[in-house]
Design a binder for this molecule. Structure first.
Ligand code: S3P
Length: 172
């Protein structure tokens, strides 16, 4: 049965470069809802960049803060939340999103993700590495988990507005 949107927070999940922030902002505008970027909230709460959190405290610490921020954002009020690519991979964070939000996987082919993240990316998981290799490896591990999201919407080469329209159709 098709999951229905009944006003719960809408949470976008998927790999880096899938378009979560851009699509999320435009989707929120279309729906007349607030948009929140979880990565920005984490940076605001910590008073430092995600790169610095990774460098100073490590990824596990970041995942902890990420879970707490997302828990706070999922408060029953309708809004659109873009999450960082690893949020939905964390068991506790995923359980939280699956129970109290409508999750949407923005699914794009690795070649498209590589194009979108570019080559001089500052994301800690990509820095100094071959983005194509990293994204391929992450897709292999993470796609089975993203597949647990309530809805899957293709976010390939098409302009983001097409993806927004596909989401509107899927939840409408
Ligand atoms: C991460 C993705 C990033 C950010 C952090 C870790 C990941 O967010 O949360 O660098 O594990 O995939 P975006 O998906 O918005 O790039």
């Amino acid at each position: 049965e098709k999951p229905r949107w009944t006003g719960q927070p809408i949470v976008l999940v998927g790999l880096m470069g899938a378009g979560k922030s851009t699509v999320g902002r435009r989707l929120a505008a279309r729906l007349g809802l607030a948009f929140v970027d979880a990565d920005h909230e984490i940076e605001h709460a910590a008073g430092m960049t995600i790169s610095d959190i990774f460098a100073k405290f490590g990824e596990a610490h970041f995942r902890d803060g990420e879970r707490r921020v997302i828990q706070r954002l999922i408060d029953g009020r309708p809004k659109v939340i873009a999450t960082g690519g690893g949020a939905f991979v964390n068991d506790e964070t995923r359980a939280l999103i699956l129970s109290d939000a409508l999750s949407i996987w923005l699914d794009a082919p690795v070649e498209v993700l590589v194009d979108r993240v570019g080559r001089r990316d500052t994301r800690p998981l990509l820095r100094g590495r071959d983005p194509a290799q990293v994204l391929r490896d992450l897709a292999a591990v993470r796609n089975p988990l993203y597949a647990q999201a309530h809805l899957r919407v293709a976010s390939g080469n098409a302009p983001h507005d097409i993806t927004v329209r596909a989401i509107m159709k899927a939840i409408g």
